[in-house]
Design a protein around this ligand. Structure first.
Ligand code: UD1
Ligand code: CA
Length: 457
């Protein structure tokens, strides 16, 4: 059946205290409205309409990569008035799902259930029981427990305010009813707004059916109005993601100190210590161990590799049985084969390292291609940048680089070459197994006196 989605996003959102549109604030690194849009897209709607108003250009720009029909509501005069702006874009048949741009975490499961029920010619309200329903529209029912309307908090009597079942705002409606009834909304209420919720009574009064549904999780219907609510919802979402991963067999040392801002795929027996952040798309192979305080973005880490504490990994691919960190930094374009060791204060950028090679301490390896079984001594620097261009360093298999070495790119070191400690290498070495060193002199000055402090200091 034909399905359309309308996302309301024309409200002001003053309580965020921001120059940015409320719906562009984020949860797990993704804007509220993008969460809603991505979920709504999975319903395969024939149209996805966003009602924009205040700071609408910002929202349009942020969602420019999505296929959206935009409808402007200026000035906003209530939720009913908002949906009226969508009417010219809605087909005559099928079901329309109404969502809020500031209620980011509605799930596809719940939406599917709503649509299924609505397709049986029923208006389906997503409702929720709340301990403190203050501020929300209350669901009115008759003696047979059938829904007969919604009364907004501000318009409700003391008796009605005791009702704990509230309107979450989200609903699925046979589209014909929107065309039929919405033009007749009025604003005879305390707020002088056109209430979408008045639709319910109109539908019921003509003998049509209204159903309700509870969401599976309460966070699905939680809206964000200020930064405190934003942080609270972020925590709830993180807890949910952490619990899902644990159910799938991932060990989290402390699920309350775990952040996933994207997707994380794990093979069996992965262990993640506290305070790690995962962003973008991350894949971890079997038995991978992530130490505490690691930041990992857009990375693939193969089986049995261990990431020691405080490592920063971004855009890297790491082979099996590797050992990275503590305090390693792998930047985009880093590709490590199996059994590679990268130690503390080693930075790699756009560099490939083949199997069994090691860079254990204090190095910068940029735009380098490093062979098998290479040893990179402490303090090795690839001088890859001449101030304008970046140049490549090629280090073949079995090269040994002594400590405190500068490799001035472009540079090639042939197989088996040894570079003595403290050498600056600025010419290609074509002889396999050669020893490379700079001619320097070491002197001793016997007459030299070390300065000494005067007494009392
Ligand atoms: C609305 C419902 C109320 C429900 C509550 C749940 C109505 C009349 N009331 O309350 O029953 O309990 O949501 O949160 O529908 N918006 C527009 N244009 C407007 C007004 C609002 O696009 O003219 C958008 C807002 O950006 C927001 C959503 O609609 O995303 C809800 O608006 P808000 O003012 O928060 O809801 P209420 O009207 O207070
Ligand atoms: Ca309002």
């Amino acid at each position: 059946m034909l399905c359309s989605v309308v996302i309301l996003a024309a409200g002001q959102g003053k309580r965020m205290q921001s120059k940015k549109s409320k719906v562009l604030h984020t949860l797990a690194n993704r804007s509220f409205i993008e969460h809603v849009t991505l979920t709504a897209q999975q319903l395969n709607p024939n149209k996805l309409i966003v009602i924009h108003g205040h700071l609408g250009e910002q929202v349009q720009e942020a969602l420019s990569s999505y296929k959206i029909t935009w409808a402007e509501q200026m000035p906003p005069q209530g939720t009913g008035h908002a949906v009226q702006q969508a009417l010219p874009h809605l087909a005559e048949t099928g079901v329309t799902v109404i969502l809020y741009g500031d209620v980011p975490l509605i799930t596809l499961d719940t939406l599917k259930k709503m649509v299924e029920k609505a397709e049986k010619n029923s208006l389906v309200l997503l409702t929720e029981i709340m301990n403190d329903p203050t501020g929300y529209g209350r669901v009115l029912r008759n003696n047979q427990n059938n829904v007969i309307g919604i009364i907004e908090h501000k318009d409700a009597t003391e008796e009605q305010r005791k009702i704990a079942e509230v309107n979450t705002g989200m609903m699925a409606v046979p589209t014909t009813w929107l065309h039929k009834y919405l033009p007749y909304l009025n604003n005879n209420n305390v707020q002088k707004e056109y209430y979408l919720t008045d639709l319910i009574k109109m539908v019921v009064d003509e003998g049509n059916s209204v159903d309700t549904l509870f969401p599976q999780y309460s966070w699905e219907v939680t809206g964000v109005n200020d930064r405190l609510q934003q942080a609270e919802l972020e925590r709830e979402y993180q807890k949910y993601q952490a619990e899902n991963l644990m159910r799938l067999g991932v060990s989290l040392r402390d699920p309350s100190r775990f952040d996933l801002r994207g997707s994380l795929e794990c093979d069996q027996d992965v262990e993640i210590d506290v305070n790690c952040i995962f962003e973008g798309s991350v894949k971890l192979g079997a038995n991978v161990k992530i130490g505490p305080y690691c930041f990992i973005r857009n990375a693939e880490i193969a089986a049995n590799t261990c990431i020691e504490p405080y490592s920063h990994i971004d855009g890297a691919k790491i082979g099996e049985n590797g050992k990275i960190g503590p305090f390693s930094r792998l930047r985009p374009g880093t590709i490590l084969a199996e059994h590679v060791h990268v130690g503390n204060f080693v930075e790699l950028k756009n560099s490939q390292v083949d199997a069994y090679s090691k860079a254990n301490h204090l190095s910068y390896l940029g735009d380098a291609s490093i062979g098998k079984r290479v040893n990179i001594g402490a303090g090795t620097i690839t001088c890859n940048y001449d101030g304008v261009n970046k140049h490549k360093t090629i280090i073949e298999d079995d090269v040994f680089i002594g400590s405190s070495t500068q490799l001035v790119a472009p540079l090639t070191l042939k197989k088996g070459v040894t570079v003595a400690a403290g050498t600056t290498v600025w010419k290609d070495v074509h002889d396999e197994n050669a020893l490379i060193l700079n001619v320097k002199e070491q002197r001793s000055r016997l007459s030299w006196l070390r300065p000494c402090k005067s007494e009392g200091k």
